[in-house]
Design a protein around this ligand. Structure first.
Ligand code: NDP
Length: 327
């Protein structure tokens, strides 16, 4: 038996989450069984700990869209007992049982060997949010980052914090957009050179183009803010669209694309092929300073998760929550 956060749904359709003892036989089918060490709290986890937001396929459910740990049993020649591994994506924690558990069983194809230079705790301090931030930065690089500050929205959140630290480490000026002015010192410590108040970009304007300001953008917010940002990008600059913390709509015009050659790049961390995942994790180990990663960590245990899940949906979590599933 082992401990896991189990979400159940009653006959009225109401969900509840609690730490329970689970038998090894209850784990889903898979090639590799992992003794999980750490998991994290992402926006999707908030949905899955609560009513599910349409993501969870079956109840009882164990959420946790990412984890890092040690291989305990393997039917796949690529993984041996004792190997350290990381998992993000592939609908683990949504359609399949996830990382809020001391054991997980998954397909070998979904795993990545822990990159050298990271331990399992650091890998989960990065987690899905940080992995996505790296993918977003790599997409900007592929399309060319222009002169001028790179804008990061939702900066005090998980994706935003890691994107800020990576971009600053790579030598870019980073303008961090936040709705929480009290996080200014934190964002500056991660390397932000400019703090932009969320309200400045939330004001709507009828002008489809404004002064060319940003050399690139990692956007975790979407909605009206993204529409406004498109009109402020430098000629030929790119926006990596990562999230929708501020809304799924996009009330934009085509003008920034037609008259400024702006690129809107969609970033999906869930279905990334193995080679891309490996490349991104290797870049993380190289380009994310570990002292800045430490500064982002909020430690947690399985029993803290119901509250943290609600907090992240309200945009109230700062940095990266690292869940020690054995604590
Ligand atoms: P967090 O909750 O940690 O961060 C989101 C941040 O957005 C908040 O901290 C807040 O930052 C800001 N924010 C929240 N609500 C609003 C609002 N109404 N208007 C403007 N800003 C707001 O989440 P994550 O960083 O983990 O994820 C961010 C987004 O990225 C989510 O939508 C998530 O689903 C998505 N995501 C997508 C992935 C992909 O593969 N494409 C993978 C991982 C995440 P501040 O207080 O600084 O303003």
């Amino acid at each position: 038996m082992f401990n896991a956060l189990v979400v159940e749904k009653n006959e009225e359709g109401k969900t509840s989450a609690s730490v329970q003892q689970v038998a090894l036989d209850a784990l889903p089918a898979g090639d590799v069984t992992v003794a999980v060490e750490y998991s994290t709290v992402n926006y999707k986890d908030g949905l899955c700990i609560g009513p599910g937001g349409g993501l969870v396929r079956n109840y009882s459910h164990v959420p946790g869209i990412d984890f890092a740990g040690t291989v305990e049993a393997s039917d796949d020649p690529r993984y041996n007992v004792g190997d350290k591994v990381v998992l993000t994506g592939w609908r683990v924690g949504e359609a399949y049982w996830g990382g809020y558990s001391q054991k997980a069983r998954v397909k070998a194809d979904w795993l990545v060997p822990l990159p050298s230079g990271l331990d399992t705790r650091q890998a989960m301090a990065v987690g899905t949010a940080g992995f996505t931030a790296m993918l977003a930065v790599m997409a900007l690089e592929d399309h060319g980052i222009k002169d001028g500050p790179v804008l990061v929205t939702g900066a005090a959140g998980g994706v935003g914090s890691v994107a800020t630290a990576i971009l600053a480490h790579l030598g870019h000026q980073v303008a961090a957009v936040t709705g929480r002015p009290e996080t200014a010192d934190y964002l500056t410590s991660l390397g932000a050179t400019q703090i932009v108040a969320r309200e400045e970009l939330n004001e709507t304007t009828k002008r489809p183009l404004e002064a060319e300001t940003w050399g690139g953008c990692v956007d975790a917010v979407g909605g009206e803010m993204l529409a406004r940002i498109l009109g402020q990008m430098k000629y030929g600059a790119s926006v990596s669209a990562v999230g929708l913390a501020g809304g799924a709509g996009l009330p934009a015009t085509v003008i920034p694309f037609l008259l400024r050659g702006v690129n809107l790049l969609g970033i999906d961390s869930v279905m990334q092929p193995y080679a891309n995942r490996l490349r991104a994790w290797e870049r993380i180990a190289k380009d994310l300073p570990m002292d800045k990663l430490e500064a982002m960590i909020v430690p947690a245990t399985l029993s803290d998760l119901p509250k943290l899940g609600a907090d992240i949906l309200k945009g109230q979590v700062q940095g990266r929550v690292v869940v020690d599933v054995n604590a």
